[in-house]
Design a binder for this molecule. Structure first.
Ligand code: PRP
Ligand code: GLN
Ligand code: SF4
Ligand code: MG
Length: 449
């Protein structure tokens, strides 16, 4: 796991296709998954072997030289590191047992360190510090013993704990798998080819015939044929934060529209914690949808009182200088705010940097009162399943009461959505909420080595 000083990072995006011009399709899909990772990007395709183009930076920067290959097999990745060095851009190539594969991974493994040690003590070599490599090594070890991709992945499911949606390019085949608890999302689409992406909004440009990959399901695409099996069934643990903040609002995960779930979070919040306001203002971007729901339910008009500089990325994931970036990123519309009682809605508070800065910004723009409403419960615990949420002492809500936080951020009132309200808004069971409740799904940690 990364060290104490590392700030929150989010998820990664993965892609795989068997289709005409698969590398080009990977490029377009990665563009639409860019919000899931902005540190680095890569595409691996098959041309009598594995060929990878990857680099640090955004998708258009990494591929500004274009991709000439017309291969029909490709996997791709956009990265936010949760484990290992920033330079280890994915897909990574893994060599083991006289085989070679390329792998793209979204998630974090919880038993990486002990399992890697066990493998090393058996003589297996690792060439990176990234947890993803372990899945590749374990897969190849078992493939050598069993000679079958499904059986090899079943062994991986038995050994490797934590969150992993993976796409593998191996021996002219594509293998795609989602961990048996289904922490991270993964979608499968069928049209003029076979497609996989972390979110279905990354596939709609190719097909509308899309479904979620089931937790514990494995796909093998070989010589134009596709095979799939659910190899392990466990209680599912879909990450609730995909609905709150991470995923694109136009995605649908497990049959739930991310947009509508966020809207309902705002409605629930307005019912639970009404606020005396003249205007509802969202913290853009991701606070917008819940603010609309809040405004609709409360009858208080919604206005754009904060304008976002669209050229500044998501600050949630920026390691340093966050205060300055928040200032650069957002500026107030004085005419909307002056003399008003403002209800300020955001989707989440992590360290509190953003909301503290914005409350001050809104006051400086002449607001009479600022009532903060947050469309998720307080984040009190770290995530070990793919989201690099800071250590507890960096989380503003880890040990503070809501009243302490209100004082700290300088708001006239503060309320968070309840766990029950959140569940009603998302509308499905089987959610992981460990960073909100401290109850970690058993499978992720229940291991002996
Ligand atoms: O408490 P903090 O540590 O400051 O982080 C919380 C903020 O970070 C996220 O937004 P972000 O700026 O990442 O992206 P967005 O533009 O998509 O909302 C989230 O929506 C909050 O606004
Ligand atoms: N955000 C992620 O899903 C990260 C995947 C992998 N653990 C890495 O660090 O690259
Ligand atoms: S702990 Fe939180 S961020 Fe991590 S998988 Fe669970 S719900 Fe998602
Ligand atoms: Mg935000």
């Amino acid at each position: 796991m990364r060290g104490e000083s590392i700030v929150i990072r989010e998820k990664c995006g993965i892609f795989a296709a068997y289709a005409d011009n698969a590398p080009e399709k990977a490029y377009y899909s990665l563009l639409s998954l860019q919000h899931r990772g902005q540190e680095g990007a890569g595409i691996t395709f098959w041309e009598n072997g594995i060929k990878t183009i990857k680099g640090i930076g955004l998708v258009p920067e990494v591929f500004k030289g274009g991709i000439e290959s017309k291969s029909s097999l490709a996997i791709g990745h956009v990265r936010y590191s949760t484990f290992g060095s920033l330079t280890e851009v994915q897909p990574i190539e893994v060599k083991c047992c006289n085989y070679k594969l390329a792998i793209a991974h979204n998630g974090t493994l919880t038993n990486y360190l002990p399992l890697r040690e066990k493998y090393e003590s058996e003589g297996f070599k690792f060439n990176s510090t990234i947890d993803t490599e372990l899945i590749g090594v374990a897969f190849l070890k078992h493939y050598k013993e069993l000679g079958d991709e499904f059986k090899a992945m079943e062994e991986v499911f038995n050994e490797v704990r934590g969150a992993y949606s993976v796409a593998i390019l191996f021996d002219g085949k594509i293998i795609v798998a989602r961990d048996p608890a289904g922490f991270r999302p993964l979608a499968y689409g069928e049209g003029d080819g076979f497609y996989f992406a972390s979110e279905n909004s990354g596939l709609r440009m190719f097909t509308n015939k899309i479904r979620d990959v089931f937790p514990g399901e494995v796909f093998v695409v070989e010589e134009g044929e596709i095979y799939s099996k659910v190899l392990k069934k466990l209680p599912h643990s879909h990450c609730v934060f995909e609905y709150i903040y991470f995923a694109r609002p136009d995605s649908n995960i497990e049959g739930v529209s991310v947009y509508l779930a966020r809207y309902r979070m705002g409605v629930e919040l307005a019912r639970e914690s009404p606020a005396p306001g003249d205007v509802v203002i969202a913290v853009p971007d991701s606070g917008r949808t819940a603010a609309l729901g809040f405004a609709h339910e409360s009858g208080i008009p919604y206005m754009e009182g904060l304008i976002k500089n669209r050229y500044i990325g998501r600050t949630f994931i920026m390691p340093s200088g966050r205060e300055l970036k928040v200032k650069l990123k957002l500026s107030p519309v004085r005419e909307v705010i002056e003399g008003k009682r403002v209800v300020l809605v955001d989707d989440s508070i992590v360290r509190g940097t953003t909301i503290k800065r914005i409350v001050k910004m809104i006051r400086d723009a002449g607001a009479e009162e600022v009532h903060v409403r947050i469309s998720s419960p307080p984040i009190r615990y770290p995530c070990y399943m793919g989201i690099d949420i800071p250590t507890r002492h960096e989380l503003i809500a880890a040990w503070r009461t809501v009243e302490d936080i209100r004082r700290e951020i300088g708001a006239d009132s503060l309320a968070y959505l309840s766990i029950e309200g959140l569940k009603r808004a998302v509308g499905i069971e089987d959610l992981c909420m460990a960073c909100l409740t401290g109850h970690y799904p058993e499978w992720a940690f229940d291991f002996e080595l």
